[in-house]
Design a protein around this ligand. Structure first.
Ligand code: NAP
Length: 324
């Protein structure tokens, strides 16, 4: 297959690019700053020569969007919104204009679209869309609005020959530097991987290899359209999630943090506490109903696998760096 990855230079793009290339597919990445051979320049907003890469491709997986790991200032929130809505719109325009459109367009969305809740898991059929919760910071509703507008842009695209799926992805856990697992492991190794604000808030996650398998499954299953949750079936409260990670690394302590300590930490790290404090209890209803099974469905096993791979990759890069 020829697979086009708009915004494929980030963490998720790296995971998909490596796996799809290893499986023998041709991968083209659309980026604002092309460096490698397989990369093509675009601006994420306007049609241009890059659209030729979409014409004749088999699959488009749009990952573009300003990183959510930042301070949620008005300016950054607007950039998070615009980069997602604009890129989804222009990808739709390229597919609509293609002489030979791709069979499927997987559009990244996010598990953050669901409400902050503890009482029950959110699947696609019965889940509660967020934005109306009480007792949470007002700007959390904006993140939900970003996800809704992102999905709406894909829905409204007129692409009659291209199947459309929105990927409501939970946190993607991979050993890559700069990814969310790397960050959580760093905190764990510092002894700071304890409960935050009590740790009752749920963490939804997906192991990188299951993410790839789920994407391949959704490409192959031409009966599936619309939103699909990409999350392991085992979301768990943050304090249990971190306990399992500490166990996997072999770190006996994980100091707890209060909400205000988390606020200070987030300020210092130029990120936002919504990523830590929102309860994301999301389960893979449609994937499971369609017969998909997870290789790493339980967090303690997934964490052990990720720690093993992280250690292996780090010792390999140390050996490479030490070579004369
Ligand atoms: N990682 C996760 O755990 C996770 C979970 C759920 C959803 N998601 C979503 O999945 C997508 C990919 O995630 P990721 O972690 O790989 O993100 P990432 O590392 O931040 O990469 C996203 C890519 O989007 C491009 N981009 C950034 N700002 C842009 C703009 N203004 N216009 C056009 N392109 C822009 C960048 O590519 P260039 O700079 O090369 O142009 C960047 O490499 C994101 O939209 C993210 O919100 C991620």
């Amino acid at each position: 297959m020829k697979v086009v990855l708009p915004g494929g230079t980030g963490q998720v793009g790296g995971v998909l690019r490596r796996a799809l290339t290893a499986a023998g597919h041709e991968v083209v990445v659309l980026t604002r700053r092309p460096v490698r051979d397989c990369e093509v320049r675009w601006d994420g907003r306007t049609l241009g020569p890059w659209a030729e890469a979409v014409d004749g491709s088999d699959v488009v997986i749009n990952l573009a969007g300003r990183s959510v790991s930042c301070r949620y200032t008005d300016e950054n929130l607007r950039a998070m919104m615009d980069s997602r809505v604009d890129s989804a719109r222009v990808v739709g325009e390229a597919i609509a204009a293609a002489r030979k459109p791709p069979a499927v367009w997987l559009q990244m969305s996010t598990a953050t679209v669901y409400a902050h809740r503890f009482d029950a898991p959110n699947d696609e059929a019965t889940g509660v869309i967020g934005g109306d919760e009480s007792g949470v910071p007002g700007y959390w509703a904006y993140s939900v609005q970003i996800a809704r507008n992102w999905e709406r842009e894909q829905e409204r695209a007129v692409t009659p020959h291209t199947r459309k799926v929105a990927l409501r992805a939970a946190m993607v856990m991979s050993p890559d530097r700069g990814g969310v697992f790397d960050y959580l492991l760093w905190l764990t190794r510092l002894g700071l991987g304890g409960p935050v604000a009590g740790g009752a808030q749920y963490v939804s996650w997906i192991h990188d290899r299951d993410l790839v398998r789920a994407v391949e499954f959704l490409i192959a299953r031409d009966d599936i359209t619309g939103p699909v949750n990409l999350a392991a079936p085992d979301p768990l409260p943050q304090r249990e999630f971190m306990r399992a990670l500490r166990g996997a690394w072999g770190m006996p302590v994980g100091l707890p943090a209060t909400r205000w300590m988390a606020e200070i930490g987030a300020f210092v790290l130029r990120t936002d506490t919504e990523l830590l404090l929102k309860s994301r209890r999301v389960v893979p209803g449609r994937l499971t109903d369609a017969g998909f099974t997870f290789d790493h469905g339980a967090w303690p096993d997934a964490a052990a696998d990720l720690v093993r791979r992280t250690r292996r990759e780090r010792s390999r890069s140390r050996r490479t760096a030490a070579r004369p």
